[in-house]
Design a protein around this ligand. Sequence first.
Ligand code: URA
Length: 237
Amino acid sequence: MIRLDRYLSEAGVGSRSEVKKLIAWGRVTVDGKVCRDPSAKIAENSAVTVDGKPEIRTEFRTIAMNKPAGYLSATEDKNLPTVSDLLTDRYARFDLKPAGRLDRDTVGLLIMTNDGALNHGIISPGRGVSKVYEARLDAPLPPDAAERLASGVTLEDGYTCLPAELMSYSAEEDLARIKVHEGKYHQVKRMFASLGANVVALKRLSVGPVELGDLAEGEFRELSGEELAGLYRAAGL
Ligand code: URA
């Protein structure tokens, strides 16, 4: 059994407060009857309609997780904990896969989805979905760091990165915020290394329009309808 408001928000109809209003207005039916109680417990296989549209429940699920350090961005591993281990039973059955990888020691926003097209759109450099990271560095950045990042730094293996934005940099705190549009192996660490600084801690703050916000480490949440729509748009879908 699941609460009606939760069922609707998980189906991508809207945020919890948005769907509560829809329910209160009498726009939702469960098994043929109008239900105005957002806390009503309904069976997972109930026939739910919004404004008469049948079966709005979607098979697709997309969540935002705050990945803690020590977890692999994978669904299973013989020896190490993975982000899938952090999912509750309810979500474990949706076959959610991480959209791209964060290194084991990187924390922050990881989108997990069972929509393969969305997953591909988020990670494909051609779609250019932005990713913002906060990096703590072990050495000062050169004065021309922003210009070099903007014109595309060349990594140690000869690869020239897509243009990236140094959004902020505090030399006192050794803290930099960077926006990139691709996700090669150790991308951000290697970009800063090309500027003479090692990353000692890395956190992802956003993916496209989705922000980490105050989600605690190890926690996850469903995306709101607005976030989902923005993410699909950003991924070119
Ligand atoms: N870039 C990195 O170097 N590591 C990450 O985990 C993500 C981006």
